[in-house]
Design a protein around this ligand. Structure first.
Ligand SMILES: N[C@@H](CCOP(=O)(O)O)C(=O)O
Length: 432
């Protein structure tokens, strides 16, 4: 498979180069030159596969000859070695729980896949690679965990000071010595802008070999489509007469973009909903046609506090930049914190299911979209235990800590403050 740069289509690379570079010239994202198309017979066969084999079949065309089959098999089986259950919240609303990995968020899949691919490519590399990553909460912990002690890789995580939950902060500030956390006095979009600018800076690139572990990197983005294939296997067993509406909590739009990619490959979906919090650039864009990214707003679903979602350009590319065609398949809505809290309470009281704030945004949006007896799926992108501050205050319950959270709480945070200023970031990187 070859990938072209959306901003500079003459830049064409293979999977290995796309993974190592992370981002193309002129801040362009890499995009696959062709998308695999599965016939109904292929789909039948995919339904019957164990998850490791399904993951291999789906990822193989995207990786091409960059990684030998036996290595790729090993990488994907380590990537998906936990559960992805589709649970019923009530009669017609289901949740695909994506939070059973080591850092309790959906980002574990992409982070584990990318860290192992980079580890493989790095075997021939004599230089260390510096992985830059901006996080609004969940990516940072997953990347820290995925890259912990990977030889030849150093990770620099930028996160917005005071705008991630305590558990998320501990996950990204208490790691092995190859992981550094920079606490930025700004918001996620400031962190993401610093990272993107660093890729285009000659001095930094002369000094360090950089890559990105955000979903701008195809090796982080593409494996996210596996969730949708796992969901497909699970819902086909439910014998529903229609394909589902799938509602995805959306911040940087990498997850929903991967879902749409799976759908374009042939996986049946009736409609996608991109559920946003008050950071509503895309809902407003789809409504009015004007793309205006406002200042990022802090919400209780903090991992979605993104005002300029990197992957929206890929979603448009999937529809050949035709917004009209995209709107037939995807709706995007904004849900306030007040409505999110009401949903957490109602679902807990009526169904005894504990939604985290991100899933609650999606549940609210799905309910608004569907009639009561239509069926649909939300993606559960993070475990509620990551947000005890919000949930305990709202429901008056105490959330039980899992073993990995107990261990985290005993560690102490290590971070370095950084102004949201490119020269400050550059001078930090040049001293490394
Ligand atoms: N929601 C993210 C923001 C970055 O998204 P990514 O998928 O591009 O890494 C987070 O939790 O950090």
């Amino acid at each position: 498979m070859k990938y072209y740069n959306i901003n500079k289509p003459e830049e064409i690379v293979d999977f290995k180069t796309a993974c190592i570079k992370g981002q193309g010239a002129e801040k362009g994202l890499f995009f696959p030159e062709s998308i695999p198309a599965y016939s109904s017979q292929d789909l039948e066969e995919l339904l019957a596969l164990p998850k490791e084999e399904l993951a291999f079949k789906i990822m193989k065309p995207y990786v091409g000859s960059s990684i030998p089959d036996e290595v790729l098999r090993q990488i994907v089986s380590e990537t998906v070695n936990f559960d992805f259950p589709l649970e019923a919240i009530n009669t017609n609303r289901y949740i695909l729980e994506l939070f059973h990995g080591p850092t309790l968020a959906f980002k574990d899949v992409g982070a584990r896949f990318m860290s192992r691919c980079l580890g493989y490519f790095n075997k021939e590399n004599t230089r260390d690679t510096t992985v830059l990553v901006a996080t609004s909460g969940d990516t940072g912990g997953a990347v820290a965990n995925g890259f912990e002690n990977v030889t030849g890789v150093k990770v620099v995580i930028l996160y917005p000071s005071g705008k991630v939950s305590n558990v998320q902060e501990l996950q990204l500030t208490t790691c092995a010595s190859n992981i550094t956390a920079l606490e930025v006095n700004g918001d996620f979009d400031d962190c993401q802008a610093l990272v993107k600018q660093a890729f285009g800076d000659k001095d930094i690139n002369g000094h360090l070999q950089l890559t990105s572990a955000n979903s701008i990197n195809v090796a982080r983005w593409l494996p996210q489509q596996l969730y949708y294939w796992f969901a497909y296997q699970a819902w086909s067993r439910l014998n529903k007469s229609e394909a589902p509406v799938i509602c995805v909590p959306s911040g940087n739009f990498g997850n929903i973009c991967a879902g749409i990619l799976a759908h374009i490959s042939g996986m049946p979906v009736k409609h996608f909903i991109a559920a946003c919090n008050s950071n509503d650039t895309i809902p407003r864009f789809l409504e009015s046609g004007s793309y205006i990214a406002n200042k990022t707003v802090a919400t209780i679903s903090n991992a979605m506090d993104v005002s300029a979602p990197s992957n929206f350009v890929r979603i448009l590319e999937l529809y050949h930049q035709k917004v009209m065609h995209l709107k037939d398949m995807m709706t995007s809505v904004s849900v306030s914190d007040d409505r999110t809290k009401t949903t957490i309470k109602q679902v807990y009281e009526n169904d005894r299911y504990l939604l985290d704030p991100h899933a609650a945004v999606a549940y609210t949006a799905l309910n608004d979209y569907l009639k009561a007896d239509d069926w649909g799926i939300i993606l559960g992108t993070a475990h509620p235990v990551k947000f005890p501050e919000t949930i305990e205050a709202l429901l008056g319950i105490e959330i039980e800590w899992s073993e990995n959270i107990k261990v985290l709480r005993e560690r102490s945070k290590q971070s370095t403050f950084l102004a949201p200023d490119f020269e400050a970031f550059k001078s930090y990187l040049l001293k490394r």
